[in-house]
Design a protein around this ligand. Structure first.
Ligand code: HPA
Length: 286
């Protein structure tokens, strides 16, 4: 039997989700390592375990739960992917980015990605939050490799503004209202799972990277291919290798992610409310 096409798999997954969520939110959030508790901020939650969604992979990493959670944050609807899939787990990039295809089929328009990262720029510390302005795809593969299905997107999608300037402006404005320091930076995506060596971090700094991680970029590429607007927040959970001389552990990464969750949550809440307000028509003039 030939494999089921990506479009058919995504449509089937979306159909099953719609049986529980007939009108899914148009804004979705992907949670990175240690940031899973952000889903707890949602009111009126409806939880769909990934295991109940056809064709969805299952996360294997500690700190990543596997649930699609719908609800509202500060009164605005939001769909949360609590748990993501990484290339280093052994999934291919089609699997890693499958949830993004399902979001496309659900009618999601805006995608917010979050990630735990190592800080390369000396101005960043553990706990810093960085709004991504661009990325370096250093995974050594591209999720769009292979025959292109035109129903899903263009063969050669433009990547000159992966992270929407308009959405970044909203994020900075809302951060400033909160009195929260929001840095801006370039994310280098490596395949992992080993953390980088100090020499690799020096190389990444030379290449123009401010933070380093093992996720986000495949999802951002597919989201742009799918026509979604993308915004991404990196939480710096540790100084990258060789930057402070300390060793890096996954436990430290998860704990630092958890410590930053309330601040990131407050920012995301305001951002989602802002998007909601911008999408509403202006009140009629009398
Ligand atoms: N390197 C790569 N990925 C990471 C790091 C890091 O230092 N910290 C959190 N995710």
């Amino acid at each position: 039997m030939p494999p089921i096409e990506l479009d058919a798999r995504a449509s089937e997954a979306a159909r099953v989700i719609r049986a529980t969520l007939p009108e899914p939110p148009q804004v979705a959030l992907v949670l990175g390592s240690g940031l899973g508790a952000l889903a707890d901020r949602l009111a009126d939650r409806v939880v769909i375990p990934y295991a109940q969604i056809p064709h969805f992979p299952r996360p294997t990493v500690e700190g990543h739960e596997g649930n699609l959670v719908a609800g509202s944050i500060g009164g605005s609807p939001l769909l949360v992917l609590q748990g993501r899939f990484h290339y280093y787990e052994g999934y291919d990039l089609d699997e890693v980015t499958f949830p993004i295809r399902v979001l496309q089929r659900l009618g999601v328009r805006t995608l917010i990605l979050t990630a735990a990262t190592g800080g390369i720029a000396l101005s960043l510390q553990a706990g810093s939050i960085v709004c991504l302005e661009d990325h370096l795809n250093l995974i050594g593969a591209n999720p769009l490799r292979g025959p292109n299905d035109r129903r899903l997107g263009a063969r050669f999608p433009d990547m000159s503004e992966v992270y929407s300037r308009r959405l970044r402006t909203f994020a900075y404005e809302e951060a400033s209202q909160l009195g929260l320091d929001l840095a801006s930076g370039v994310y280098a995506c490596l395949p992992g799972p080993s953390y980088e060596t100090p020499a690799e971090i020096r190389m990444l700094r030379t290449l123009g990277a401010d933070v380093v991680g093992m996720s986000t970029v495949p999802e951002a590429i597919v989201a742009r291919h799918a026509g979604l607007d993308v915004l991404a927040f990196a939480v710096v959970t540790n100084a990258a290798a060789g930057v402070s001389g300390g060793l890096i552990s996954h436990v430290e990464v998860v704990e630092a992610g958890q410590a930053a969750t309330p601040r990131l949550g407050a920012l995301i809440e305001r951002f989602v409310q802002r998007l909601d307000a911008e999408a509403r028509p202006l009140p009629q003039q009398q």
